[in-house]
Design a binder for this molecule. Structure first.
Ligand SMILES: Cc1ncc(COP(=O)(O)O)c(C=O)c1O
Length: 543
């Protein structure tokens, strides 16, 4: 079978080709009044016709430019321009001495897989792994579309920074600069430890400003605090082993430790921070999660005595402490306290920080500072998840820090948050002061408002529903802690006018509900509270 092409002889193929019809392009309609050039209209309409696949499959030859120009009443160069574009993009093929043909495989078909016919199946609940059913995240459907903060109007959700104050123009300029300097290098797979410039910049910042004691080689760049926690939990806790977490705690910590199958042991908080208490050897925690700079949500700063005791305890039980240096930059009554990591001579503290509150949360950049003996393990675990954080953002952040923009941004927003905090307190007293005692701590981006009368809780829950203004109930963050009813109000993310508007909205909804007597016999589930234990009572209550 000499000269066979795909099972057919050359002579049979050419006979078939000769029989092929010339495409007529009757569908072409050119609009001379349009701002779209004629050649472009012709190019587009032929391409659409070819992509639609509706042309006669025996007609694959294209009319000559002379014939088509005459048929459409346009010049040959116009037709030739449209043809050269279609030839360049692979829709047409020129064959020597034969003319122009439709390409055997149109460019679009390289990208488009055929859709296989499937029959609709009835819905069933999927069998998922235990680690998923253990998760505390109960969101579904549309709830998963919105970030944890909800819509961009005033919500008072805690822990959100003022993203509209972020210097986007500076960031963009630095990003362009790093791309111009490093080019395609930044597009390759990058180090799972993190870009070296960024690790150096972070280490210098932590040693100069956070009282840390670390080398850039101890830093692992991660995708925010959540990934920092997950990396440590996966690296250090086997299923069923104990993890201590503060109670109340940020909900994502609970979710992460439940996900990895840790036996979560909630620890209460007193005025000095996490309570160590008694604990049998076999129940020793493998990992202890704490927020010593500013306990979330209480705002307690861990005392020096407790910090030392915690490190000693971790060492004596061969455990590790995961220090989330939450909101350490945002103290309003003096300089921040040095971190726990700086006190640790025993190699027991893993320090974790995030850019989510200082810069912006969608950046998804954070870092771990690990004792040297743990670094490689954490890097390997982190690499399993997503190899590394985006290199362009890391390089931009390194410049943002080394060129001083990071510190000046922290300084500027700290002043802004201090003003918003004072304004929030004033307005809160004006609008909701009759219902709550506001607890004001000297640091952080939220306040806790304790309800004066428990019977107002259903009323307030209903007002939240009605207004879409969503301060979270304190009980949302509790594991075992049984506290008096209270709400956590974030204040940093919204300008003064919006803060006032949000509080006024809540106050007016409560008033109307009261007038209608809606608080009585409400169907809302009330968190089971007991008389407040003294250790949970607010430190400073604004009457
Ligand atoms: C205590 C605490 N730490 C850190 C974060 C930030 O987490 P991430 O870096 O994953 O955005 C939060 C989120 O609100 C938090 O509540």
């Amino acid at each position: 079978m000499n000269g066979a092409i795909h099972g057919r002889t050359v002579s049979s193929v050419s006979r078939q080709r000769r029989r092929r019809l010339v495409m007529s392009f009757e569908m072409v309609r050119l609009d001379r009044a349009s701002s779209e050039p004629l050649y472009q209209q012709l190019y587009r309409q032929i391409r659409e016709e070819l992509e639609s696949g509706s042309f006669d499959s025996s007609a694959s030859r294209v009319p000559s430019s002379r014939v088509l120009a005459a048929a459409l009443g346009i010049s040959r160069p116009t037709v030739n321009e449209a043809f050269s574009k279609l030839l360049a993009e692979g829709y047409l093929q020129a064959r020597k001495r034969s003319g122009i043909f439709v390409a055997d495989h149109l460019p679009a078909t390289f990208l488009k897989a055929a859709r296989l016919a499937t029959t609709a199946r009835t819905e069933h609940s999927p069998r998922v792994a235990r680690r998923v059913t253990r998760m505390t995240d109960r969101r579904s459907g549309r709830q998963l579309d919105v970030g944890i903060a909800g819509p961009p109007t005033v919500t008072f959700v805690a822990g959100l920074p003022a993203v509209d104050e972020f210097p986007i123009a500076v960031w963009e300029r630095l990003r362009e600069q790093v791309l111009a300097k490093k080019g395609a290098h930044l597009l390759r797979y990058a180090s799972s430890r993190g870009e070296i410039e960024l690790r150096k910049a972070i280490a210098a910042y932590l040693c100069d400003f956070r009282g840390a004691n670390c080398h850039p080689d101890q830093i692992v760049v991660v995708g925010g605090m959540q990934q920092a926690m997950l990396t440590c939990a996966l690296a250090l806790i086997n299923e069923g082993e104990v993890a201590w977490i503060e109670d109340p705690v940020c909900h994502m910590a609970r979710n992460v430790f439940a996900f990895v199958g840790a036996k979560i042991v909630p620890r209460p908080i007193d005025r000095e921070g996490l309570v160590i208490g008694k604990c049998s050897r076999q129940n020793s925690p493998r990992l202890i999660f704490v927020t010593p700079s500013h306990q979330f949500p209480f705002g307690v700063t861990m005392s020096l005595k407790r910090r030392k005791a915690l490190i000693e305890f971790a060492e004596s039980r061969d455990g590790y402490i995961l220090e989330d240096d939450y909101n350490s930059e945002f103290r309003f009554d003096g300089p921040p306290l040095p971190c726990l990591q700086g006190l640790d001579n025993a190699g027991r503290v893993i320090y974790a920080g995030t850019m989510s509150k200082i810069l912006y949360p969608s950046l998804r950049l954070g870092f771990l500072v690990a004792p040297p003996q743990l670094v490689d393990t954490l890097v390997k675990v982190r690499a399993v998840m997503d190899q590394h954080s985006p290199a362009i953002d890391q390089a931009t952040l390194a410049r943002f820090i080394t060129e001083g923009f990071f510190l000046s941004h922290v300084k500027r927003v700290r002043e802004l948050y201090a003003q918003r905090r004072v304004f929030f307190i004033e307005q809160f007293q004006k609008w909701l002061g009759d219902y709550f005692d506001l607890e004001v701590t000297p640091a952080g981006l939220h306040c806790i408002a304790w309800l004066r009368r428990r019977e107002d809780l259903p009323l307030f829950m209903r007002a939240r529903e009605q207004t879409g203004v969503w301060p979270r109930p304190l009980s949302f963050f509790c594991i075992k802690a049984q506290l008096d009813p209270a709400f956590v109000f974030g204040f940093a993310a919204w300008p003064q006018a919006q803060i006032e508007q949000g509080l006024a909205k809540l106050a007016s909804a409560i008033k109307q509900l009261k007038q209608r007597g809606a608080g009585n016999g409400s169907p809302f589930q009330i968190h089971p509270f007991s008389p407040a234990a003294s250790s949970y009572w607010p430190a400073t209550a604004v009457p």
